[in-house]
Design a protein around this ligand. Structure first.
Ligand SMILES: NC(=O)c1ccc[n+]([C@@H]2O[C@H](COP(=O)([O-])OP(=O)(O)OC[C@H]3O[C@@H](n4cnc5c(N)ncnc54)[C@H](OP(=O)(O)O)[C@@H]3O)[C@@H](O)[C@H]2O)c1
Length: 322
């Protein structure tokens, strides 16, 4: 089958370690099934893998890709949950299983014509969502869903600041948050992207680091070093920052004094459960929210999608179509 593979790690030039071509069909373990991939979406995770972040060289070669929508062996339309873990080992939450992994970390991923997954990781795809839209849900949208509705503690009407408006997780936060009744403020490095964020439903958008009209209840962080100080300074006393990523690096000053003096909370968030993915799919059906797709490309053009993500030249998700 055709697949996009991480063959080597290259921290400086990630695309140098990526190979496109034939790979053996996935082996199917007991309790696992093969999904015929119709669409798969790109996440920053795939760039990290090629850079060697979160994976060691002895796991390579491995097929890239966390997210997919496709057909199960009976021809049913399905969404693939990317977290491979045992809920019982994580107190009912597979993301807390100490041995959990995402597709493409220990098992071959979704940038292929076929992918093998545990049967429990399949959810029905709502008919209202296209395969391309459904393929955006398992990582970026599920992460945004958990950040907003489990971790933030904020009630509808609260003001939520989304740092770095254009990314996959950030656009999901804007869309889902707006649909749930939060007042969404966003920042971006680019004026065009700020305009895009407002068109998407953000109440206001600001230049990165700008002083805000008032302090906010919650900040959603995916950027890390470049925005951390601004995030901490933008919170009202008692506010909370929810962080799921650090794209620009993870070594900012921690702002410890401000955190304790204004009694802030810093909450980490990673992916979500299978049940949350099911509720997210229903949320999209009920509200009419549809993932923002920057571009859909044939899987054979994966290099173009990776290059756009690494250049920050996108707004929303890149989807590969099989
Ligand atoms: N913990 C989890 O479960 C989880 C799940 C999904 C993602 N993540 C992490 O969250 C981060 C975002 O993922 P994604 O897939 O949404 O990535 P993406 O689509 O590539 O988005 C990158 C984002 O970074 C922003 N950014 C702002 N300043 C930046 C700077 N100085 N350098 C680099 N980027 C900057 C961009 O905002 P503007 O260009 O608009 O300013 C853009 O929103 C990644 O680090 C990823 O690994 C974690």
């Amino acid at each position: 089958m055709f697949a996009v593979t991480a063959a080597r790690i290259d921290a400086e030039d990630p695309l140098a370690g990526m190979e496109l071509g034939e790979r053996p069909d996935p082996a199917v373990a007991d309790g696992w099934v093969t999904v015929t991939v119709k669409a798969a979406s790109l996440n920053h995770h795939d760039v990290w893998t090629l850079r060697g972040v979160g994976i060691s060289a002895d796991r390579l070669p491995i097929v890239l890709g966390c997210d997919a929508a496709g057909l199960d062996p009976d021809g049913n339309e399905v969404i693939v949950h990317s977290v491979i873990g045992d809920p019982d080992a994580g107190g009912g939450d597979e993301t807390l299983d100490p041995r959990r992994s995402l597709l493409s970390e220990r098992h071959d991923g979704t940038f292929a014509e076929r992918v093998a997954v545990p049967r429990r990781n399949l959810l029905p795809k709502p008919a209202a969502l296209s395969f391309e839209e459904a393929a955006c849900l398992p990582t970026a949208y599920l992460t945004a869903y958990r950040m907003l509705f489990e971790k933030s503690g904020a009630q509808p009407g609260a003001t939520v600041l989304v740092q770095g408006a254009s990314g996959g997780v950030a656009t999901a936060l804007i869309l889902l948050g707006r649909a749930a009744g939060y007042r969404i403020w966003a920042t971006s490095r680019s004026e065009a992207k700020r305009e895009h964020a407002v068109a998407l439903g953000a109440d206001q958008a600001f230049a990165a680091g700008a002083r805000l009209p008032e302090r906010v209840d919650v900040v959603m962080e995916t950027v890390g070093q470049a925005t951390w100080a601004h995030s901490i300074r933008s919170l009202r006393p008692g506010g909370r920052v929810v962080i799921c990523g650090a794209t620009s690096g993870d070594a900012p000053p921690a702002e410890l004094t401000r955190i304790f003096f204004t009694q802030l909370s810093v909450t980490g968030s990673t992916m979500g459960t299978r049940d949350q993915l099911g509720r997210l799919a229903r949320f999209c059906e009920q509200t009419g929210v549809r993932p923002v797709i920057d571009r859909a490309l044939p899987l054979a053009s994966a290099r173009d999608g990776f290059a756009a993500m690494m250049a920050g030249d996108l707004f929303g998700k890149v989807v590969f179509v099989c």
